[in-house]
Design a protein around this ligand. Sequence first.
Ligand code: BES
Ligand code: ZN
Length: 879
Amino acid sequence: MSEHKSNPVRLSDYLPPDYAVDHVDLVFELSPRDARVTSRLTVRRNGDHARPLWLDGDELRLESVAIDGETLASERFEVDERGMSIPDVPGAFELTVVNRVDPVDNTALDGLYQSSGNFCTQCEPEGFRRITFFPDRPDVLSRYRVTLIADREECPVLLSNGNPVDQRDLGDGRHQAVWEDPHPKPSYLFALVAGKLEAIHDRFTTASGREVELGIYVEPHNIDRCDHAMRSLIKSMRWDEDTYGREYDLDVFNIVAVDDFNMGAMENKGLNIFNSKFILARAETATDADYDGIESVVAHEYFHNWSGNRVTCRDWFQLSLKEGFTVFRDQEFSSDVGSAAVKRIEEVNLLRQVQFAEDAGPQAHPVQPKEYEQINNFYTATVYNKGAEVVRMWRNLLGWDRFRAGSDRYFERFDGQAVTIEDFIETMAEQADFDTAQFRRWYDRAGTPIVHVSKTQANGEVRVTFEQEVPAVAGQEDRDPFLMPMRVAAFDGRGKPLPLDESGTAEKTLVLRESRTSFTFPVAEDIDRVVLSLNRGFTAPVKIEHDYDADDLALLARADSDEFNRWDAYQRLVIKTLVDRIRQARETGECSDEELPEGLSAAFGSLLHAAGGDSDARFVAECLTMPSEPYIAEQFERDVPVDAIHQARVRLREQLANEWSQSLMLVYEKQEVDGSYEYNGEDVGRRALRAQALACLNALDHPAWRRLAVEQIASTDNMTERFNALSALCVRESEERDQALEQFARDWADDPLVMDKWLSLRARIVAPDDTDTLAELEAHPAFSIRNPNRVRSLVGVFSRANPVAFHAASGSGYRWVADKIIEIDGFNPQISARLATVFSRWRRYDGARADLMTEQMQRMLDRPDCSTDLAEIVGKALR
Ligand code: BES
Ligand code: ZN
């Protein structure tokens, strides 16, 4: 076995930087294989010490180093594969470093690289050291001046952070642009872009009257796909002023879309760089979901200008300070401009499916991690989404006004500084009347708390008892309770809300602090049935255990006044039905799915009925969406019955469709959208609901429903309806499905983002052990292993959304995915490590599968050239 020494960075080892860099002057002479970087740093010793100056540097070709204009002889400094050390430096000086990099060879897409022949950068968290030598840590804040020099023909557009201050021709076929950013920033927010790009422009006037020039830059053939992103940007700017009192602070705000990008997007100061997936949209090529994604990612990166850029992180252990807060901000933005209930459902779905799973496995870590080997591996659902839930709890515990006051204080106090989660907590704590030391546990402890709720009724009183179970997590000894807001209500047997006290209030937010908390409310003697609505709106990121029977859930699904809980009750009802069926089949060896449960069927029917009324179509569509197979799998602690889950889900959907086909057809007809495509709440809702109806009908093996889908594909003007119909056809195997898929691939062969949709549909329906099809997809011109979006669409979707094939008993799915991971690890470790997390849950599967999964992980690890990124993920999974 090869050696992968773990050498973690620890939060407890933090020391302030030895040297400050007040000013950075960068000159880039751009060329594809040999870009030259001249960096002039104004350096100042921090405190009284004689330690050498340390500069991080990764894969750089050093040309020269000079102090105050004097070139240093090679014995005056030391360079190794991690950086450069210069002893005996003066207290204050100017350091000039010249080095070269190869953007074309940069396949990790980290640092300065090329995408579609254009230059771009990605520096967070540690990419700047792949551009030039620098103390590449977020607590070194500097003012930047950047000069870009490039061939005029090849790179007509030259962009960097801040404001443009000069642009001129150099006479030799080259030109140059100078950018200056007045706001001190950490190196991870540096960016440059140079290439053949076109832009759309707009303007925004801030509340205090600053005129901002907005630009969105894309490859010329995409210029007709930028309008939605621009509208989203303007909405976000307005919202942050209205909601948080935060204004923009430069004369320009530019966004660039690139095709090759490891993540979704990046908040570089004044120059956001985006994965083109989160910018480009027009009706013919993008779905409603794409439009939603663009709106929220544009908002997220824009909101970072305050929560991240003006106030940044001291070190990467504080990542959730900017990401958790900013995710919360973008969630609330989306909720304000769209459907609040639907947005909340989507958030909780993601939290439960991804974060809860992470928190229950070998990659579990607190919102503020205490150590890491590769910081890139900590851009996780825990840091992002649980982090956002923790901010949401602050909001719910303080109320909006005090939360906003705390936020104002935070921005005011720490503007221009690199701070910690502790600083955020202390500022918010000034507004609080509860024990914030206890609340801090949310940042320090991994694992999802379980709240067991029981209820007794006697002598005109209902007593509800909440018991916290703090999960066992390796390395976490204490099991003390958390402080959490818990919103509750209660209903009688006919679904009427019950008053919770004398004043008649129908809803309360309790604050749970103890391991065991009770709460009582009076109830009339003649009320013999009380149904609790718990954790309404999902106020606490916990699992609720309560002894609901199917009738209780059906009642809540129909009558709960909290839309989120109505959805949740329905989902629980479906899951309960599925899990009961699977368990019974396992015990008796017989299928127990003859009878469609009355309550579930009725609840399904009343949802369809509601769809005929004036209820939010998109909400109904969410309710009709069956829980995913991976989420159902989460209900099993061990020996996940992969195939039984799939079959039970298919069967239940078929039964519901069979029972309700007439109503489904009526909904499908009634929700048709007139006129041409528009992205607005009502139309999006109608399309979503029709999509569910059509998919449900296609659970039945009947040519009429397939014809409906085929006709929708032929007649629509937009990608949403085309893709929805194609997805509906993919519910079962058929001639029509195969033809439609082929046609789609022919029609959209030249559009990579559209072909990603096709790749992911194909990946979802690959049959177990069908390695020929996997080979065919891999060789398809639409696929490229070098492009992260393509890889996520094929390999990511196959491994996460096609559990039956990924977990094929032969191990063929594991082997194919591991082959891809190993290949990708050779050129882009961030992507290989992320893909590999799918193997982390191996302990939940039966012995044979667990062996096959660990065998593949061992194979990844046993390579002499396994990246530290991948080794950290796999090493933890196996330990
Ligand atoms: N700062 C991140 C982008 C990032 C993360 C760059 C890790 C490099 C490494 C950005 O603000 C972000 O969080 N983007 C998310 C999307 C967002 C809407 C949650 C992403 O890229 O997935
Ligand atoms: Zn972010």
